[in-house]
Design a protein around this ligand. Structure first.
Ligand code: COA
Length: 310
């Protein structure tokens, strides 16, 4: 094995369904208000009516285009999702067919931290010998939302993001951490044929603590200090969670890339959606140090420190 072999992100993409649901529209049928949702979550609107597999395919195609690759170049596609349309096969099978991918395909269910898990696992697969891995986070949670429950209906939306990871001699993934606490799986779950159930306050509390410890471990493993981080790319669950994480880690809140106002919580889609937004608008530049941080149902969490390359 080449000790210098590593992976870099060679392309990014994202996709959101066309239909937008504003806070004001939600307040027409729920005992809530635009002001309450903005103030307590940072969310202004969310996109709904998406298909997990279609959004994954669209985001994946855009990431391939950005990398200058096609499906025949891809050794493996990983779709992080909790909302595949069929019990089997996974959403990755649809993406595999639609993008004419040559290699393997599988889904990864680690809820909202799934994309960061996928990124770390893709890096390992590239170190082990693969050349290009497509990692997608895609979730359509609108069909699983109880639109009469104001404690969850205000939070979730549909969306997808994707990256291509490609082999290179200068590893981009400098440090990472993964973790879980299965004893907390009752605080955020969805049963078959049911809707999302959540203890919001408990999730909030545990999420801040988990990200603080996990992101700290990833930075330690990478040998970097919080003040060296150029951009924090956090899971977009609640602006107040991100503010709290920034404060505890000692990272300025204006370094956090946020898309939550537009998207709500898109589960596995959220980290790559935010990453792509900041790549697309030119905020992320070669040499920048990124801290990706996901957390969600499980509880599960994953953090990664990435040096951005041209
Ligand atoms: N609109 C208006 N009022 C609401 C409301 C809503 N949508 N939801 C709750 N309230 C009310 C409550 O009934 C409560 O009223 P009371 O003081 O009269 O009893 C008050 O607002 C505060 O409720 P609380 O549950 O403490 O609100 P909060 O500030 O914790 O915000 C969440 C609720 C769900 C937004 C917040 O806990 C959260 O974001 N948790 C994390 C959820 C998450 O990230 N899940 C996904 C993880 S991947």
């Amino acid at each position: 094995m080449n000790p210098l072999r590593g992976a870099r992100i060679s392309g990014t993409g994202s996709d959101l369904p066309d239909k937008i649901l504003s806070n004001a529209e939600l307040a027409e049928t729920l005992d809530t208000s635009d002001a309450w949702i903005r103030e307590r979550t940072g969310i202004e609107r969310r996109h709904v009516g998406g298909s997990t597999a279609t959004m994954a395919t669209n985001a994946g195609r855009r990431a391939l285009d950005a990398a200058g690759l096609t499906g025949v170049d891809i050794d493996l596609v990983i779709v992080a999702t909790t909302s595949a349309e069929q019990m089997m096969p996974g959403a990755a099978a649809v993406v595999h067919a639609e993008l004419e991918i040559r290699g393997g395909a599988h889904d990864l269910n680690a809820a909202c931290s799934g994309f960061v898990y996928g990124l770390i696992e893709a890096d390992s697969m590239i170190v082990a010998g693969l050349d290009h891995v497509l990692v997608i986070g895609s979730d359509a949670l609108s069909p699983w939302t109880d639109w009469t429950d104001r404690s969850t209906a205000i939070l979730f939306g549909d969306g997808a993001g994707a990256v291509v990871m490609s082999a290179c001699d200068e590893p981009s993934l400098l440090g990472w951490d993964i973790g879980a606490d299965g004893t907390a799986r009752h605080i955020l779950f969805t049963d078959h044929n049911d809707t999302i159930k959540m203890d919001g306050r408990e999730v909030f509390r545990k999420a801040v603590r988990a990200v603080m410890e996990s992101a700290g471990a990833a930075m330690d493993n990478a040998g970097v200090e919080p003040e060296e981080i150029t951009w924090l790319i956090p899971h977009q669950a609640n602006t107040r969670i991100v503010d709290s994480i920034c404060e505890k880690l000692g990272i300025d809140t204006d370094k956090a890339v946020m898309v939550i106002a537009e998207t709500g919580n898109t589960s596995a889609g959220s980290v790559p959606l935010a990453l792509h937004a900041a790549v697309d608008d030119g905020r992320i530049k070669p040499g920048d140090l990124l801290l990706l941080a996901g957390f969600g149902s499980g509880m599960s969490w994953a953090s990664a420190v990435v040096r951005w390359q041209e």
